[in-house]
Design a protein around this ligand. Structure first.
Ligand code: C5P
Length: 319
């Protein structure tokens, strides 16, 4: 029951996250845009708080029992805790890359390309968990590869020379960000699954460990990359309702993914999120109007309706 419920919530969460994140990165608002690196930090804080409450509930609302358990895990088993630093570092990088990707690609292109993570997840599951895949599973992975190739097939961009160059370079930056995120998603997901299924500890305790490391790495990333801007306008600059929604959806996603990895597995997670492609493609076409389907692939166009604002402007403001 929990398995299918969590997979269903994941489909809805993925669809809404992609679209709100894309919208938040392209929305033209007065004042500075929120910092992606700061959003990653805020997401980690929310996940840690929610997981702490869940551990408290798991321990029958006893603060004493919870304290004892956390002490046992963090102080008495530092090696087990340290193991979580690896996926935390990789996820922090990935979470930042997804903002780069959605600042440069339309929601649908991003979604389809990100499905390559099913392939990387399958390869890591086979090599790290010793999982075996059947003929049809390998075949579906090949079909996926073919689909992604078609989406990336080059077409003649619109506009003058400068716009063409910027459009092509935005596409390149976006696709590279997604490809690296696919590698990291596959590895970190399988690594976390391995830790979770090899030990008996609750998924929420593991998530607190993951979140604490994630918080440290994300904060270092924010100070290193956006330190000057944070010093100037504060960490929460540009946080409007849409930015807060993105942060909350990201946090929800992390929690649901943890449940999915525990009760289902990473490959199933990948195929479940594929369903959200169809949803985001429809919304991208009808509501955001940044998708123009053509015979064999979609064109990347400026996300501003009617293309009034130049791609150059969009690219300059993207990260
Ligand atoms: O796209 P993918 O499925 O790899 O996304 C994983 C996301 O879930 C990342 O944002 C990661 O920070 C989050 N996560 C989490 N807790 C876990 C596993 C993943 O918050 N146990």
């Amino acid at each position: 029951m929990l398995k299918y419920l969590s997979l269903g919530v994941l489909v809805l969460q993925t669809t809404s996250l992609v679209l709100t994140m894309r919208y938040s990165r392209t929305l033209k608002d007065d004042g500075p845009r929120y910092l992606a690196s700061s959003a990653v930090v805020s997401t980690e804080v929310i996940k840690i708080l929610v997981c702490t409450v869940l551990v408290y509930i798991e321990n029958n609302f006893s603060a004493q029992a919870m304290k004892q358990l956390l002490k046992e895990e963090f102080v008495n088993r530092p090696r087990e805790t340290l193991k979580l630093a690896i996926p935390a570092l990789i996820y922090t990088l990935q979470n930042n890359l997804l903002y780069v990707a959605l600042s440069n690609l339309d929601a649908a292109t991003y979604q389809v390309t990100y499905q390559l993570k099913i392939l990387t997840t399958a390869l890591f599951s086979v090599s790290m968990l010793g999982r075996r895949l059947g003929f049809y599973q390998w075949l579906s992975l090949l079909v996926l590869m073919a689909g992604v190739t078609l989406v990336q097939w080059p077409t003649e961009p619109e506009g003058d020379f400068e716009q063409k160059v910027l459009s092509a370079s935005a596409q390149f930056v976006g696709v590279m960000a997604v490809l690296i995120a696919c590698l990291s998603s596959g590895f970190a997901g399988v690594y976390f699954e391995k830790i979770l299924k090899e030990t008996k500890q609750s998924v929420w305790v593991r998530n607190i460990q993951l979140g604490l490391f994630g918080f440290v790495f994300a904060t270092l990333g924010m100070l290193g990359y956006d330190g000057q801007r944070v010093a100037e306008f504060g960490m929460f600059q540009g946080y409007n309702w849409i930015a807060c929604t993105v942060v909350l959806l990201q946090a929800l996603g992390g929690l649901v993914i943890a449940v999915v990895i525990k009760y289902a597995d990473n490959i199933l997670k990948g195929f479940a999120t594929s369903l959200s492609i169809i949803m985001s493609m429809l919304i991208s076409y009808f509501l955001l109007e940044d998708l123009h389907p053509s015979g064999y692939r979609r064109r990347l166009v400026t996300c501003f309706r009617g293309g009034k604002r130049s791609r150059a402007k969009l690219y300059r403001t993207s990260e």
